[in-house]
Design a binder for this molecule. Structure first.
Ligand SMILES: [Zn+2]
Ligand SMILES: [Zn+2]
Length: 728
């Protein structure tokens, strides 16, 4: 997902009440902004804290991005639709709670003796190099993790890590800074409290923090076994964080489990102490009564989210000899009917398993939450499970749930098994970089669209409509001439739900690797099919990569195969297509050349038609946020009418030719003028009123439609039918 929070923006007049949702096209570009003043205690998942009591979210992303899919208000390509019917405002109407006090209490040591030991150990530790022990691999430990989920009202999960066969002087216990699948530094250690370690029962061991996420325990006197114990505050329902409350525990491993530095490869056990009537649901076991698990290594532990809950409803189906479970925890409705969800998922699984080699799991679990009260949905891929969180009820969110599932399930192959070299095994201590998320995420989106078509859940018109939306989203990005797909991927850490504490120019300088990646997937698929007369497609490229890298000899403890490098993608395309795609990659993957949609669509007897709907207002090239007195400029498109006139970010447009913008919609005011007209705008700039003349630009095309090409040749029609085969 790419959710970018573009700007700090505190509005005293909006410091109370419900979040303000504004999404408004002003001639050139749409951005959705969700200004949430005051924290919503239980449902602030994903909100970016930008000042003490307000949040501004500005989402950018494409249809199919898992975050977008689970939160339609995020979908840039769908924003105009929402903006027109005003449903966006309806989406965000939950009552927010008063601000919490933003205090971060210091962890308290539990015993005075520990404080004394700590002081002396700290002095010793300062004399030694303060660096976590990561390499080389020491002899394996006997590791047993234990979770206690019996204190839900305080949202505190107790974690115990027992390590046997301990030798040497120190063990470093490390809390991940991030969780695979979400490229943002969250520093899960900030919710750790009451860390302690003991050797023999009751014998506390001295420890110190090496850095924000590493607890170094002195184990010289431990006698060969150490038990570390800590508590984690967990109250976020999301694909990255965890939540323990009276209804359930939803646990995402990286936010809960420390690892022992140097011992991520060691096998381990996990046991869970939870209320007796809670079912245990995870990729570890398809038996909900089992509460002790085995994991081959730490990475697998954190790649297996756990839902423990008394209310979760379960359904299942079989496909190609494998068991697929559908687990639904719904907050919004009684007596939910899982049949439509299960049937839709089976169609998706059937369609996607037909595209790729059989995956190496016996059972797979879709863990769904339908929660009308949360502020943002989510979707997260795992090796043999997925977490999907829909903001809404099952009956309302069924379509969104299936579309998200189509994306997440294809990650079984693309990113969870066929993976960039940086993404498995993982370095959890800091950012890892890959230029290949356009393939791992964007192409996953594209294939999920194809699968929804092949599964019969989408019509051909819906499929082409979604691709048109993706094209429009990309063409409306000023950043498309500045940032490549590889660069967008590499810099994911800046905007994949990352906290934003300073103003950024992302609205003008970035693109989404989901969005451009989906378009690159479409273009490569069409071109390979055309060049090979339908004998090969993009799916053959993915299968080739899967065989070559995932089915290669195991290179690390992490699991089968090895990761690919970006150049391997080009090699595989060349191999499958039988021609050289270097120029294509130079231009469109690592370059910013305009995407030749019609060249590619033409191969399938299709064409993109862009048009200006009747009644469209002239453009001034801004993204604006409505306020009580007018429209606040959030972004100015370089070279547009507003830019040429000298308007800038934060300017407040209060009138057009003395006609107030407080009493009339901005577009309605602009419709009174023809393109080329010079119109005086009254601008409030830091408290001073100025008149600035703006020469209006023509309206910008906002209708993007992929249509049949008149006079298409039989070959083009054959390619089209091959591509769209299976659709209704
Ligand atoms: Zn749950
Ligand atoms: Zn994804």
């Amino acid at each position: 997902m790419t959710a970018s929070s573009h700007k700090q923006f505190c509005h005293p007049e909006r410091s109370e009440g419900s979040p303000q949702v504004v999404s408004k096209p002003y001639g050139i570009q749409q951005t959705t902004e969700i200004l949430c003043c005051h924290e919503n205690g239980g449902g602030r998942t994903g909100l970016q804290s930008l000042c003490e009591n307000s949040f501004l979210l500005s989402f950018r992303g494409a249809a199919g991005d898992e975050e977008s899919r689970s939160a339609p208000e995020n979908i840039q390509s769908e924003i105009p639709r929402f903006a027109r019917n005003d449903s966006l405002n309806q989406v965000f109407t939950q009552t927010l709670q008063p601000c919490h006090d933003w205090q971060f209490p210091l962890p308290r040591l539990r015993r005075a003796s520990v404080q004394i030991l700590l002081t002396s150990f700290l002095l010793l530790a300062l004399a030694a190099p303060l660096r976590a022990i990561e390499e080389p691999t020491p002899p394996p430990l006997k590791l047993a993790y234990h979770l206690v989920l019996t204190h839900p009202n305080l949202h505190l999960v107790t974690v115990e890590i027992a390590a046997g066969e301990v030798s040497g002087e120190y063990l470093d216990f490390v809390m991940p800074a991030w969780a695979p699948g979400r490229y943002a530094i969250y520093d899960f250690a900030k919710n750790v409290q009451e860390f302690e370690a003991e050797g023999a029962p009751g014998q506390l061991l001295p420890w110190t923090n090496l850095d924000k996420q590493t607890w170094r325990v002195n184990v010289r006197q431990a006698g060969g076994s150490v038990k570390a114990r800590y508590r984690v505050f967990a109250n976020d329902l999301s694909g990255s964080f965890s939540q323990l409350d009276s209804t359930h525990a939803n646990l995402n491993g990286a936010s809960i489990f420390m690892y022992v530095a140097g011992h991520k490869p060691d096998p381990l056990t996990l046991s869970v102490d939870a209320p007796k009537d809670w079912q245990m649901i995870s990729g570890f076991s398809d038996d909900t009564s089992v509460r002790t698990y085995h994991a081959p290594n730490y990475d697998r532990l954190v790649d297996t989210p756990i839902e423990a809950c008394a209310e979760t409803r379960l359904a299942q189906f079989q496909e190609r000899g494998k068991t697929f479970r559908v687990a639904v925890h719904s907050y919004g409705e009684e007596d939910i009917d899982l049949s439509k969800l299960r049937e839709g998922l089976q169609k998706i699984v059937h369609a996607e398993m037909a595209l790729m080699p059989a995956p190496d799991f016996e059972h797979y679990t879709f863990i769904f939450h339908f929660a009308p009260g949360i502020s943002m949905g989510d979707g997260m891929e795992h090796l043999n499970s997925t977490e999907i969180i829909i903001r809404g009820t099952l009956s309302v969110g069924l379509t969104e749930a299936l579309e998200t599932a189509a994306h997440e399930f294809f990650h079984v192959w693309n990113v969870k098994r066929l993976r960039p070299a940086a993404l498995g095994p993982f370095d959890y201590t800091h950012e890892v970089y890959t230029p290949s998320l356009w393939l791992a995420e964007g192409v996953t989106s594209y294939v999920s669209y194809l699968s929804l078509l092949r599964a019969g859940l989408w019509t051909r018109e819906q499929f082409l409509g979604r691709l048109s939306d993706e094209i429009r989203a990309f063409e409306e990005e000023p950043g498309r001439t500045l940032m490549s797909a590889e660069s967008s991927s590499f810099h994911a850490w800046f905007y994949d739900r990352a906290p934003q504490m300073q103003e950024t120019n992302f609205a003008n300088s970035t693109i989404s690797y989901y969005n451009k990646g989906a378009l690159l997937g479409m273009m490569l698929d069409l071109e390979i099919q055309a060049r090979t007369q339908g004998a090969k497609s993009l799916l053959d490229v993915l299968s080739r990569l899967y065989h070559k890298f995932y089915e290669a000899p195991q290179a690390t403890y992490y699991g089968p195969g090895r990761g690919y490098e970006e150049r391997d993608v080009l090699d595989a395309v060349n191999e499958i297509a039988g021609s050289d795609y270097t120029t294509f990659f130079d231009n469109y993957v690592r370059g910013t050349a305009p995407l030749p949609y019609n060249g590619e669509l033409g191969a399938a007897g299709l064409a993109l038609r862009m048009s200006v709907p009747a009644g469209s207002p002239p453009s001034i090239g801004i993204t604006g946020v409505p306020e009580n007195l007018g429209v606040r400029i959030f972004a100015v498109r370089p070279g547009g009418a507003a830019d040429r006139a000298g308007l800038g970010r934060d300017d407040l447009l209060v009138a057009v030719d003395n006609q107030s913008l407080a009493t009339e919609d901005f577009d309605t005011r602009l419709r009174a003028y023809l393109p080329g007209a010079s119109v005086p705008f009254t601008v409030d700039r830091q408290g001073r009123r100025e008149i600035i003349s703006v020469t209006l630009d023509p309206p910008v095309p906002s209708s993007y439609v992929i249509q049949d090409l008149p006079g298409a040749t039989p070959q083009q029609i054959a390619t089209r039918n091959h591509w769209l085969g299976g659709g209704k």
